[in-house]
Design a protein around this ligand. Structure first.
Ligand SMILES: CC(C)(COP(=O)(O)OP(=O)(O)OC[C@H]1O[C@@H](n2cnc3c(N)ncnc32)[C@H](O)[C@@H]1OP(=O)(O)O)[C@@H](O)C(=O)NCCC(=O)NCCS
Length: 158
């Protein structure tokens, strides 16, 4: 299979130029090699093995500075959107963070808070992230509901 890394790096630099220069994009994409540690990059392929989307899970912090596994770089190529790939990537990112032992999972989003809400995530608070060139970017901090885990484990015990 051809090396997918340059394509993923290209997606990141094109979609989020303020956040991903080549070096930072390449370093996220390199984590496609990782399995047992973060950062962890995930790629979605269609049935013809064409790469059509990506996401990554990284160690980060909440707006209040607490450690959290962050779902970042959730991206689906326009031609493949609205067929469930974004939802599948997001769910898989949560599952991978859980597998690596993280209970608290969040994300920062400029305008996709409703997408996360429809998946059961909660909008926690507005936040500001630094960007380059300097400009204060307003985003939402959203979080996957941790208590669902407890509910599931209680059911499993019952
Ligand atoms: C956000 C993004 C990743 C979603 O990817 P996607 O593959 O289109 O997501 P899905 O198809 O799983 O879900 C998107 C919508 O399509 C709907 N959908 C899913 N399957 C569908 C189908 N077969 N037919 C029609 N609609 C469908 C979903 O219900 C969802 O509805 P919503 O827009 O009301 O939430 C994509 O739009 C993207 O890459 N955007 C640019 C980058 C970005 O903003 N990323 C988010 C960073 S936080």
């Amino acid at each position: 299979m051809p090396d997918v890394a340059p394509l993923l790096s290209h997606w990141l630099q094109r979609e989020w130029p303020h956040a991903y220069g080549k070096e930072r994009a390449d370093s996220v994409v390199e984590s496609i090699q990782n399995y047992d540690r973060m950062p962890l990059c995930l790629v979605a392929y269609n049935t013809g093995l064409v790469p059509c989307g990506m996401t990554a899970v990284v160690e980060g912090t909440t707006p209040t500075g607490d450690p959290v596994a962050l779902v970042v770089t959730l991206y689906v190529e326009p031609a493949f959107r609205r067929s469930g790939i974004g939802v599948a990537l997001c769910r898989r990112a949560v599952a991978e963070a859980r597998r690596l032992g993280w209970h608290r999972i969040g994300a920062y989003t400029v305008d996709k808070e409703e997408f996360f809400q429809r998946l059961g995530w909660q909008v926690v608070m507005p936040a500001i992230i630094p960007s380059n060139p300097p400009a204060r970017r307003h985003v939402w901090y959203v979080e996957h509901p941790e208590e669902n885990d407890h509910a599931h484990s209680l059911q499993a015990c019952a």
